[in-house]
Design a protein around this ligand. Structure first.
Ligand SMILES: Cc1cc2nc3c(=O)[nH]c(=O)nc-3n(C[C@H](O)[C@H](O)[C@H](O)COP(=O)(O)O)c2cc1C
Length: 437
């Protein structure tokens, strides 16, 4: 059995699976039951000044037979008194000294407010703090959550205020509702963050009821934008994690969040630079016991890969993620149809004919049976046919040996720049010479 223990900026945990700050971590009863079930850590539901929640507050997008492909909520931070939360945090940490108990915080952007809550929370013995600069609804209207998290200077300043008094590691949780996630990640680091966590939820409206014309969800006939999460947001979260992981100016450990539903998702986040993952929607959908499969699956995967520790996975794919301009323009794949597996449903032909490069031909063999064939010389390797194909193994994308050396757009531009440098006899600014590179 591999070693699943992780250490995120000084916060250790028996495995990389933490519950995210959300309904599953609302009370001591829940967090303790989660630890009994196998979760390695929990980020307590955000504490701050008590709020009033709306009654109708969740909605889901069920897509094509999959329930909860995406999840939407207009819930705010904890609605329980601070003192009760603190008492339960103390009891939980005492009972589970080896588990990671991190507490999420959100207060007004005022230095004294941050100082006060940090001191109170640390006094009950937590392993770390997570600053919630992410909630996109309700709190944002009050200048907190994503309203803070969208402004790098506010992220930096508030992180600094927390660091002035914090004794435990400080994780800054980022909002995805921003153009460049690295701008706020870097601001958090400038403010002294020991780690970042991402993503919080994405601005969303789950739907509109076709009969009543009300939004989904609605509160007495009125709706407001909510936060989107669950499986649908994983690609967005993974990209944001990767962008932070590969940016040298970020350079702090990352806790990956967003659509993690099983051990495979978790491994992807680890490979893309997360030290551990946090889970909310999957736990809300299936209960705490899903962590058992996560632990077993991760253990088996590490064994299969011959790895001793989960830490050996962290960041292994980061260097493979780059800018478009660095991609090799001479690399080529083409589609190949495995005739034995193809059911001649024509999905690939239609997709290619209508929306791609018209290179999948329909034929009839000598027995009158229909079959499909790729005209490889015209295939651009877009992958669409293999994506729409309903049969596993019927279409594979095959690499064809490159006839030329790797050449990226950046290399090409650099070569053009060298050629057109004034003073060199090869220099020329006309477009013909550029095309000739
Ligand atoms: C109902 C609900 C309430 C949430 N409340 C909080 C919160 O209080 N603090 C916080 O930082 N994030 C909160 N989140 C966001 C989650 O912690 C997490 O960042 C997000 O759901 C993405 O993870 P997931 O795709 O696994 O759900 C909440 C999410 C949901 C669905």
């Amino acid at each position: 059995m591999a070693d699943l223990r992780i250490n995120l900026a000084g916060i250790s945990s028996p495995n990389p699976f933490w519950l995210a700050s959300a309904p599953p971590t609302n009370t001591g009863y829940q967090v303790q039951r989660a630890f009994e079930a196998g979760w390695g850590g929990a980020v307590w539901k955000t504490l701050g000044d008590p709020i009033i929640n709306t009654s109708s507050r969740f909605a889901a997008v069920h897509f094509n037979g999959q329930r909860v492909a995406g999840f939407n909520n207009i819930e705010l931070i904890t609605d329980r008194p601070l003192e009760i939360n603190l008492k339960e945090i103390y009891e939980t940490k005492k009972r589970f000294p080896d588990h990671a108990v991190v507490v999420s915080l959100m207060v007004e952007p005022k230095q004294e407010k941050w100082h006060e809550i940090v001191k109170k929370v640390e006094a009950v013995g937590v392993d770390g703090l997570e600053l919630n600069f992410g909630c996109p609804h309700g709190m944002a209207e009050r200048g907190m959550g994503s309203a803070s998290g969208q402004q790098p200077d506010l992220v930096e300043m508030q992180t600094m205020w927390v660091k002035e008094v914090a004794q435990t590691p400080v994780i800054v949780k980022l909002t995805p509702n921003i153009t460049d996630i690295t701008a706020t990640a870097k601001a958090a680091v400038r403010g002294g963050a020991d780690a970042i966590s991402l993503i919080n939820t994405i601005n969303s409206l789950a739907g509109v009821d076709l009969d009543t014309w009300n939004t989904i969800p609605h509160v007495g006939g009125k709706g407001a934008h909510g936060g989107y999460c669950g499986p649908a947001v994983k690609p967005i979260a993974l990209n944001m994690v990767a962008e932070c992981a590969r940016n040298p100016l970020v350079g702090v450990p990352i806790s990956g969040i967003g659509g993690v539903s099983n051990w495979r998702d978790a491994v992807e986040f680890l490979l893309m630079g997360s030290t551990g993952v946090q889970v909310c929607t999957a736990a809300m959908h299936h209960g705490f016991s899903i962590v058992e499969d996560m632990i077993d699956g991760l253990n088996n995967y590490l064994d299969d890969k011959g790895l001793q520790s989960v830490n050996e996975l962290i960041g292994k794919s980061v260097s493979r993620y780059s800018d478009w301009g660095d991609l090799d323009l001479n690399y080529a794949v083409v589609a190949r149809i495995e005739q034995d597996n193809c059911i001649v449903c024509n999905k690939c032909h239609i997709a290619c004919e209508d929306t791609s490069h018209q290179c999948i031909e329909r034929h009839t063999d000598e027995n009158g049976a229909a079959y499909l064939k790729v005209r490889e010389e015209d295939c651009v390797g877009c992958n669409l046919c293999s994506i729409v194909c309903p049969v596993e193994g019927a279409i594979s994308m095959v690499e064809i040996p490159a006839s030329e050396m790797p050449l990226s757009w950046n290399m090409r531009q650099a070569a053009i720049g060298a050629l057109s440098t004034p003073g060199t006899d090869k220099g020329s600014k006309d477009s013909d010479s550029k095309e000739a590179v």
